[in-house]
Design a protein around this ligand. Structure first.
Ligand code: AMP
Ligand code: GLY
Length: 423
């Protein structure tokens, strides 16, 4: 079959790499892709939000399946766009419907969904410009630190964790009245702060049944020891050592099952990934967020641990026959270390030539922000390359990634040297 994958990051390179291992995949296109996907598939210069152009390409190339990497096209309704179009309606889109994507597109929607379905999540209230004063008063009833979340998509920057009460009140005002995050912060969710360890659980569902994929933990801060600014993720490991069988059973029974049941009860079409952001608080899992896609860089450790055929899984999702397919997981640990441009997540340069990629051995270099320029692979984003390795434990896997990163170089290259330090 011919498949079109939307997106351009390390997540998409990892998904492309895995789909190409399937005998079911005859031809893979990636829109727009990066230098890594260009090396293994055919890149197409189409913006994932340009549904008209996607339609034209899908019909022209007789594409049999569309796999959506990032959240924006899902939140904007690409699934519904295909379903409503006479010429496209029989081409499966792997990803949720527009309403399903609200689990990520609106924090308030997600919280209401969790409360309705008895899914453990920290207590919250939501506020608008009209109820700003109530919001400021509500903050005085909570203990520090204060967690403020812009309701809508804010490119991963919409969550503020603030120590000081008056600063939290000022930021609430900035978000609601000052439109700190534009449209995304016209509503703000204020949430109880959780003290615990974070991890992520990934689920693939056809809307009726589900498969729980390997867990992962990512490292979001730019600096060693989890300090400094938040990033998209600087590294990840899978599995998460403390997510033992008893803890996973709690996640499945208290969170995954009621999530799938809740979607069914609400007649929400959902055929895709669910990425559940969790805190382990004294041995109990609580949900802090849903995402309606895979994580990046979590994909670069979760997907390499799938032994099953990913295209076969996607086909089963499309046909709502996921319960008939076996999920096989590699027992080994996988780790990935993200190599970034100096300055990221603030200002950084682009266009630097990356050298040494051909010397990587025993690891996989998944490209994130790269592109081809006159035959050279050059940087085109903040997060540049995710170096993934397997090991019998996370120490071995991480060590291998660092050995291979030593062979890479570009101007102002930076990476965290302490991924896994807390495990
Ligand atoms: P999110 O965008 O929802 O993943 O939030 C970004 C980060 O904020 C998370 O990775 C957590 O580290 C932190 N965070 C979010 N919600 C809470 C909470 N209720 N308590 C403590 N930390 C939180
Ligand atoms: N690494 C976090 C995310 O993909 O949202």
């Amino acid at each position: 079959m011919k498949i079109l994958l939307l997106g351009s990051g390390g997540r998409e390179h990892a998904l492309a790499w895995k789909m190409l291992l399937s005998p079911l995949c005859d031809k893979l296109f990636v829109a727009p892709g990066n230098a890594g996907t260009a090396g293994i598939a055919a890149n197409v210069d189409i913006n994932p939000l340009d549904f008209e152009s996607i339609k034209g390409f899908v019909l022209q190339e007789e594409i049999n399946m569309v796999v959506v990497g990032p959240e924006d096209p899902l939140v904007k309704g690409i699934y519904d766009y295909f379903k409503k179009d006479e010429a496209l309606k029989n081409i499966p889109v792997i990803g949720p419907s527009k309403v399903g994507a609200q689990l990520e597109g609106s924090k308030e929607f997600a919280k209401q969904f969790m409360v309705k379905n008895n899914i453990p999540t920290p207590a919250y209230e939501s506020f608008t410009k009209e109820t700003l004063e109530e919001g400021c008063t509500f903050l005085t009833t909570l203990k520090a630190p204060y967690v403020l979340k812009a309701d809508g998509l804010a490119a991963g920057k919409g969550v503020l964790v603030i120590q000081d009460l008056s600063e939290a009140q000022d930021e609430l005002r900035n978000m609601l009245v000052g439109e700190k995050f534009g449209q995304a912060s016209t509503k703000v969710v204020i949430e109880e702060f959780l003290n615990g360890i974070e991890l992520s659980c990934f689920v693939l569902t056809d809307g009726k049944s589900y498969k729980i994929l390997p867990t992962a933990k990512d490292y979001k801060r730019i600096g060693e020891g989890d300090t400094g600014l938040n990033t998209g993720g600087m590294g990840a490991v899978s599995p998460v050592p403390f997510a033992d069988a008893a803890f996973m059973e709690k996640i499945e029974n208290r969170i995954v099952k009621p999530t799938i049941e809740g979607l069914k009860d609400a007649h929400i079409d959902y055929k895709g990934f669910i990425f559940i952001g969790l805190f382990n608080v004294g041995g109990d899992p609580l949900v802090i967020e849903y995402n309606v896609r895979m994580g990046d860089p979590e994909t670069e450790v979760v997907i390499p641990r799938l032994k099953s055929d990913l295209v076969e899984l996607f086909q089963a999702v499309a046909k709502q026959e996921l319960d008939t397919v076996n999920l096989e997981i590699d027992e080994r640990t996988a780790s990935t270390i993200m190599v970034v441009s100096g300055g990221y997540p603030e200002d950084y340069d682009k266009g630097m030539v990356i050298s040494g990629l051909e010397n990587v051995e025993g690891s996989i270099a998944f490209h994130a922000g790269t592109k081809l320029d006159n035959g050279n692979v050059v940087t085109s984003g903040g997060r540049v390359i995710a170096v993934t390795s397997y090991g019998s434990d996370f120490n071995e896997a991480i060590k291998k990634s660092y050995q291979n990163i030593d062979k890479l170089s570009f101007d102002k290259m930076y990476f965290r040297k302490d991924i896994g330090f807390d495990l």
